[in-house]
Design a protein around this ligand. Structure first.
Ligand SMILES: Nc1nc2c(ncn2[C@@H]2O[C@H](COP(=O)(O)OP(=O)(O)O)[C@@H](O)[C@H]2O)c(=O)[nH]1
Ligand SMILES: [Mg+2]
Length: 462
């Protein structure tokens, strides 16, 4: 090796300098990842949940039955937040349910490359989470019956692995066989029309095994969820067990029980929330008296709200029920990457409100609420210092019995990576909810509240 006049010591020094300059900053940036790695404190793999999913009690019976039909939406959403994945899941489950087919479920996937963990902003998260760590409940629970009004037969849900075993050669459907450009892009085509075309297609297939090609786009693409035309689905969704009997997993209910004092006044929390809840059957959808839940969407929304403003984006569909008093008038003088200062201010106020704007809205909503509002739960992905400031400002603005936030939760390591579902459960049960019109997480909460009989005007928006 040429020495370029360097002594052995000089070469070593140079190598050390290179390591310090290039490797050390990387290690520092990913220090939590590295620390967790060496600590062995890796994200959970939810092996118990995965194990149970692979051996549900009805599988043995289903293996022998010839009349059970399946729908495996292998094109399901992944690699995005739970709100976006859930809205796609709801539509796939609704299609399976309405065609009398067993719904085939998969993991909630952040990275579909076969890895166990993914680096997310410098810390590790699970690359995939078994769906039953998030969902459960009477109808969502994969081992309970789902009754189809069309076929009057019961179909329980099965895992992807079970489907692959009983359906080695399924009929594969491409989304573009049904969704033409008019259905996709013409805003005058209601989503119910797309849904009905799919009912026709799936009902015309004799094969018990149907798979939607994994390489296909989603049947309802994201811009359809962000347009009023999605509301036409409500006629199918509102009475379907998919929405009326939506249920969260025992893991989420345990987290609720542990933190009950944060959501309910004058109650005690239990370390084993789920156990206490099962002793006295708990109504998991009953309103929590006096609770005002706020969805204060932060983090990536800082830039995202600017982007939404520049492109004059509309709200998510289920935030746009015509009965709501908080509406959004999409500006018609902006879009295509540019908008006026006035429009942008309006977008920021409603999408990324300041502490003062939040306080103002909360005061107004409290004054207008038919039910007395006594305490606040702030669901948020905001940073602790900012959330503390917000709590203080809210506390100074009114006589609240309690103000708590997502940052006050006491949760287990397994609960940490699915905690957004706990926030959704609390918002779903709050007496009044103020959400973010552009957020799919808000939209799913509002959809569930509407299906479960909350007054339309208990859903408010920034
Ligand atoms: N715990 C918690 N996480 C949130 C909240 N809002 C957003 N997040 C996180 O950010 C993601 C939101 O993305 P997504 O679910 O796609 O909803 P959207 O981006 O608001 O449409 C969630 O999956 C959470 O990880 C919140 O209020 N509470
Ligand atoms: Mg998102």
């Amino acid at each position: 090796m040429p020495s370029y006049g360097l002594t052995k010591r000089g070469t070593r020094f140079l190598l050390l300098a290179i390591v310090l300059c290039f490797v050390l900053p990387g290690i520092l940036y990913h220090r939590e990842t590295v620390r967790n790695y060496f600590n062995g404190h890796l994200p959970p793999l939810y092996e118990d949940y995965r194990g149970r999913e692979q051996d549900l009690e009805h599988y043995k019976e289903y293996e022998t039955r010839k009349d059970v039909k399946y729908l495996w939406s292998a094109n399901h959403a992944h690699s995005s937040g739970w709100g976006n994945v859930m809205q796609d899941y709801v539509m796939n489950a609704l299609l399976a349910h309405t065609t009398g087919r067993s719904f085939v479920f998969d993991d909630y996937i952040w990275k579909p490359d076969g890895s166990l963990f993914t680096d997310y902003n410098g810390h590790l998260i699970p690359s995939r989470i078994p769906l039953t760590a998030l969902l459960g409940g009477k109808y969502n629970m994969v081992n309970l019956r789902v009754y189809s009004p069309l076929t009057d037969c019961s179909r329980r849900r099965v895992s992807k692995n079970f489907f692959n075993k009983v359906c080695p050669h399924p009929t594969v459907v491409q989304v573009k066989e049904i969704n033409d450009d008019r259905m996709r892009f013409d805003e005058s085509v209601p989503a119910s029309y797309i849904f009905e075309k799919w009912l026709e297609k799936i009902n015309s297939i004799e094969d018990p095994c149907v798979e939607i090609d994994p390489a296909s786009d989603q049947i309802f693409e994201y811009w359809i969820f962000g347009h009023e035309r999605m509301l036409s689905i409500w006629q199918y969704l509102k009475d379907s067990p998919v929405s009326t009997h939506w249920g969260w997993s025992p893991l989420i209910h345990d987290a609720y029980g542990r933190n009950r004092h944060i959501f309910e006044l004058n109650t005690k929390s239990t370390l084993f929330g789920g156990l206490s809840a099962s002793a006295v059957a708990e109504n998991h959808t009953a309103p929590i008296p006096g609770l005002l839940a706020l969805h204060v969407r932060r983090g990536d929304f800082k830039d995202h709200c600017v982007h939404l403003g520049k492109w004059s984006s509309n709200w998510n569909a289920f935030n746009m029920f015509p009965e709501f008093s908080d509406r959004f008038q999409r500006p018609t003088d902006g879009g295509w990457g540019e908008t006026s200062e006035k429009n942008m201010q309006m977008y920021m106020q409603r999408c990324f409100p300041t502490i003062d704007q939040i306080v103002q809205k909360v005061t107004q909503v409290r004054a207008e609420s038919e039910q007395p509002l006594t305490h606040i739960y702030i669901m948020t992905n905001g940073v602790v210092a900012w959330v503390d400031e917000l709590k203080e400002a809210l506390g100074n603005s009114g006589n609240w019995d309690q103000i708590k936030s997502s940052r006050d939760l006491d949760i287990t390591w397994e609960q940490k990576f699915v905690v957004q579902a706990l926030d959704m459960l609390v918002a779903q049960r709050s007496e009044v909810f103020i959400g973010n019109g552009w957020s799919s997480l808000t939209s799913n909460v509002v959809m569930l509240r509407m299906a479960q009989g909350f007054l339309p005007d208990s859903n408010r928006f920034w």
